[in-house]
Design a protein. Sequence first.
Lengths: 209, 477
Amino acid sequence: MTTLICENVTYQYEKGSKVLEHITTQFETGKMYAILGASGSGKTTLLSLIGGLDIPQEGKIMFNGRDISEMGLEYHRRNHVSVIFQNYNLIDYMTPIENVKLTAKQDALPILKQLGLTEDEAKRNVMKLSGGQQQRVAIARTLVSNAPVILADEPTGNLDKDTAAEITGILKNCAHQMNKCVIIVTHSNDLVKQADTVFKLKKGRLLQI
Amino acid sequence: MNFLKRAMLYVTRKKGKSIVLFCILLIMATFVLSGLSIGKATKQAQQNLRQSLGGSFHVWTDYTDNNPYLHKESDEDESGGTGYIMYSTEQLSSDMVKNIRDIAGVKYCDAFDETLLDFEQLSFFKGTIPLEEELGNSTTTVSLWRSEEHNLFTNGVVKLTEGRHITEKDTGKAIICKDLADKNGLGIGDMLKTRSMDGRSMTLEIVGLFTAMETEKIGKNIEGYNKIQNRVFIDIASAILIENTPAVQGFSEVSITINDPEEMDEIIEKVKKTPGFKEDGFTIDTENETYENTASSLESMDKLVIGLLIAAILVSVVILSLILTLWGKSRVRETGVFLSLGIKKTDIIGQYLTEVLLIAIVAFGISFFTSNMVSNRIADVLLQQDIQNKIEEPNDVQQDDIVIESFESTALGGVDNIELSGAENTDYLETDIEVSVSIENLLQLYLVGFVIIIVSVMISSIAVMRLKPREILSRMS
Ligand SMILES: Nc1ncnc2c1ncn2[C@@H]1O[C@H](COP(=O)(O)OP(=O)(O)OP(=O)(O)O)[C@@H](O)[C@H]1O
Ligand SMILES: [Mg+2]
C-alpha cells in the first residue's frame, strides 16, 4: 500500500546551502499529492530525488520497502516512476501516437482517445496541437509506462484555467481510478484544492498543510 | 519503439536537416571517393608505365684496368702500322646469355657483336660515301645470340618477313635483307660465301630474309657497309670460327630488357650470380632514367593524393562534428525526455548515429556518380601541374661507347644510324591517368565514411554523454 518513503532526506548542491533538510514523509498509491513552495524552495530538487535522478547526501528514499539507490536508480526510473513536465516535453518530430509508443508496446490510440484527443489529432505532428492537448499526450505517455508513481513538475503552469482544470481532473483520475501515486509540484490553487494531501516546502522543510 | 525506428522518423520528418546533412555528406564523400579513385588510378598508371617503359641494362666487358682478364696485344696490320687489340678473356658465352635470359622478368637478351666481313659474290647497295676498293664487298655483319631479340628486330627497324630467326643453337646460318637477296637472285636455303679480313672463308646458309622498315634519311651521308639493306646477321658460333681469335670467343656485350623497371636491381643481382659470370670482368650499366623521372613524378602525385585524402577526411570530421554538435545542443531537451523515459544513453547515441548513417548510405551511393565526374577533372589538374614540368629530356646514352674491342673499330664508328630514341620519350605522357570510380573504391568509401561518421557522432555526443540525470528536470523546467 505504501509506495514511497523519504527518510531523513538532506540534499545540497555542490557549493550551495542545503536545499532540503531532514525531510521525512511518505506517499501512497491511489492518492494525489500537491507540493507548494516559493520559487527556489527546492520543489524540483525533491521531485528529482524521488524520481531517482540523484541521491540525497543524507537519508534514503524507499520504494516498496527497498532503498532505490540499492536497487539502482536507472531501474527505478525505468520501472517505478514517470515524469510529466511543465512544457510537456514531447518529441517534436513525432505524432502523439509515436510519442506515447516511445517506451510502450501497447496500442496508443485508445488511451489518447480516452484523454480526449480525436484520431486525427493523434496522428498529427505534436507541435500542431494546443498546449492542453500536448499535456494530455504527455500524460498518456506516462500512463502507458505502467509506472505506479507519476511525478509532475507544474503540469498546468502553461495552461489556461479551464484546460488546467481538465488536466487536473485527468491526474486525479489517475490517482483515484488507476490507483497511481501522483505527486504534483504546483503553484495553482485550483490544483491544490483537488489534491488529497498538500505539502509546503519552506526553508528546506516539508510541512503538511 | 527502438532506435532504428526513431532514427527513421527523425530523418524523414526533419527534412531540412536531412537535406543539409545529405549535401555535406555528398560533398565529403565525393572528395574522399575521388581521392581514393585517383589514388588507385595513380597506382595503376605507375604499373602501366613500368610495364610500357620496361627497363634495360647492359653488361659489357670492362675495358679499364679494373678487369684482371684484360689483354692488350699489339697487332701489325697489313699496311705495316701497329695497333692494339684489346680483349678480355672473360666473354659472355651463349650459355651464359641463356642463363641470364632465363631469369624471371627478363624480356629480351640482345647479345651481339659487329664486324666487317667480305662477301665477294654479293653485289651490295651503294652508299653515299665512296669507299676504298677493298671495302667494296664488305658489310657490317652482326653476329648474334638470337636474332629475334636483337634491338633492330625488337625495335621494329627490321622485320623478318621470310624464313626463320637465328638462335644460339645455329652454326653457319645467316639472315639477309630481302632487297639484297632479290638484287642477287638469292633466296632461303641458298648459300653465301664469306671471308674474314685475314682471309679465312666460310659458307653460310640463308635461313631468313628481313625487310627494312626504316631507312636512313635521304641525303644522309653513309658508307655502303653501314646501309641497313646491306646488313647480314649470322650466328655467333660462325663468327667465332671465322674470326679465329682469342678476342672473339663470345659476346662482349649483352643488353637485357626487362618487363618491370622496378625489378632492375633484383635482376642485376641475379645476373651476377649466374654460373660462370665473373663480376670483375664486366661493367653493368642501367638505363632507367626515363622510368625514374616519370615514376618520381607519379610518386609525388601519389603523395599529393594521399595528402588530399587525409585533408578531406580531417575536414569532414571537423565539419561534421561541428554541425552535429550544434544540432546536438538543440536536442538536449529531446535527450532529456528519452533519459527520463528510461531510454539508455547508448540507445540514444545509437539513434543519432543511425540517423547520419541512413543519410550517408544514400549520399555515398550518389557520390559514386558525382565523383566520377569530379575525379577526372581533379586528376587532370594534378597531372598537369606535376608531370609536365618534371620530365626532362632523358639523355641519349649508349651510342658509340662499345666498339673498342676489334680492329675495325674506326671503320665501324657510328654503327647504328637509325634513330629510335627521342620520339619514344614523349609517348608515355599520353598514358594519361584514366580515373574511374570502382565498386572497390565505393566499399572503401563506406568504410572510411562510416569511421568518419562514428568519430564525428562520438565527438558531438559528448554533451549528451555528460548530461547527468539530475540536470534533466531542472533543465527541462
Ligand atoms: N544544478 C544546480 N546547481 C546548484 N544549485 C542549484 C542547481 N539546481 C538548483 N539549484 C538551486 O537549488 C535551489 C532549489 O532549486 P529548485 O529548482 O529545486 O527550486 P524550485 O522550487 O523548483 O523553484 P521553481 O519554482 O522556480 O522551479 C535553488 O536555490 C537553486 O538555485
Ligand atoms: Mg522547479
